[in-house]
Design a protein around this ligand. Structure first.
Ligand code: PMP
Length: 390
């Protein structure tokens, strides 16, 4: 039987970029110890009090269908948090609770793109972006941010392909680069969205992981609230990846239609998960800082190790749980380097090419293992790269 091209072509026919990751898994399965720096997930689990609240809510009967757009209390809490962080007036009517940021990315594109519409996204990109866009029947169009610009996208590069496009997807703090977009970058993007009448889909799931300066949400820029859909999530900020709880913040009209879409897709998020998310949010910014602290600490360790290196250079790492390392001086592709590092030193990193052509000759290191092991792996990686250039 024939399946729809919408799902059979979801991955676009190319390599999905997970070769090194799968090889590492195979080696580990065969009993070979591998230092695993590929995965974007905390090395801690969801905090016990959050799980206790989840249990309490479930035992108290919050196990039936929850309100499709989210519980009033969680929508209110997300709205209050967004308003406090951005200054943009936000109420529950601006908030749809979704099963994680990924579902929010899909729904946001479904909300603004018709079949065949062009949806822009910045390369390097989080691995699901093009497939998410294809999944709603739109056409993904990457726009390269250049290593030479420290992966800050230039608005003139976006403008060159913006005519007739419907949306632009950005992600700051960025996975995979760890780059945080500057105010100038975001101002340029906002103006471009206004000039070309684009929706901006702003993936801010790493908004609590900013190491220098403050998180800037482009929804707060002049005339942007009516054309911006912000994607948020409890996954990274509260170490709740498995709970699948995120949101879209946007204009009330969009949220109303997105609620209809949710009725016909997810039918909402479990009430006991939402209660746990509400409890987690009520713990405030200090708890979020605590969850982010290991990444900030390891970023410091990495900066020290990489400071004196010639073969490997660190892309400015201002946020998120990743480092992007430029290994072009070795003459190898990111893919070849990552495979060789795994084969020879049993250290698994992601090739930059897995995240788009713009990250060629780079590797992504996830800062998701214990400090000592992390430092040791980085030192080995640097020595290996040095040996290649000697
Ligand atoms: N956006 C980015 C940039 C991500 O890195 C991730 C997860 N790795 C997501 C969205 C989705 O996260 P979740 O669905 O767990 O909220």
């Amino acid at each position: 039987m024939q399946l729809s091209s919408r799902i059979t072509d979801l991955l676009g026919g190319g390599s999905d970029g997970w070769g090194v990751f799968l090889k590492a898994r195979q080696m580990m399965g065969d009993g070979v110890p591998v230092t695993e720096l590929t995965i974007g997930e905390h090395d801690i689990r969801t905090a016990a009090p959050i799980l206790q609240e989840m249990h309490r809510a479930a035992m108290a009967g919050h196990t039936g269908y929850a309100a499709v757009p989210g519980t009033d209390s969680l929508r209110d809490a997300v709205a209050a948090r967004v308003q406090e962080r951005t200054g943009v007036p936000t109420t529950r009517d601006n908030v749809l609770i979704t099963p994680g940021g990924q579902a929010a990315l899909f729904a946001a594109h479904a909300a603004v793109c018709d079949s065949g519409d062009t949806a822009l996204y910045i390369d390097p990109y989080y691995a699901t972006y093009p497939g998410t866009i294809r999944g709603v029947g739109a056409v993904p169009q990457p726009v390269q941010a250049r290593a030479e610009d420290a992966f800050q996208p230039r608005s003139e590069t976006i403008a060159a392909v913006a005519s007739g496009a419907k949306s632009l997807l950005i992600n700051s703090p960025n996975n995979p680069t760890g780059v945080v977009y500057s105010r100038a970058t975001l101002d340029g993007i906002a103006q471009l969205c206004i000039d070309y009448d684009l929706w901006l889909i702003s993936d801010e799931v790493y908004d609590t992981q900013v190491w220098t300066g403050e998180h800037l949400s482009p929804r707060a820029l002049p005339d942007m609230a009516q054309r911006t859909l912000v994607v948020g999530s409890m996954s990274k900020s509260h170490a709740m990846t498995g709970s699948r709880c995120g949101w879209i913040v946007g204009p009330a009209e969009a949220i109303e239609h997105l609620t209809n879409l949710a009725t016909h897709t997810t039918y909402g998020v479990p009430g006991y998960i939402q209660d746990a998310a509400l409890f987690a949010l009520s713990k405030g910014p200090a708890f979020e800082t605590e969850i982010a602290a290991p990444f900030e600490r390891r970023r410091g360790l990495a900066q020290d190790i990489l400071a004196g290196q010639n073969a490997v250079s660190l892309v400015p790492a201002d946020g998120a749980m990743y480092l992007m390392l430029d290994i072009r001086s070795t003459g190898m592709t990111g893919e070849a380097f990552a495979h060789a590092l795994l084969d020879q030193h049993h250290i698994a990193v992601m090739p930059g090419e897995s995240f788009g052509a713009a990250a060629a000759g780079h590797i992504r290191v996830a800062m998701t293992i214990e400090d000592g092991e992390f430092s040791k792996a980085l030192s080995t990686l640097c020595k290996y790269a040095d040996g290649l250039t000697a």
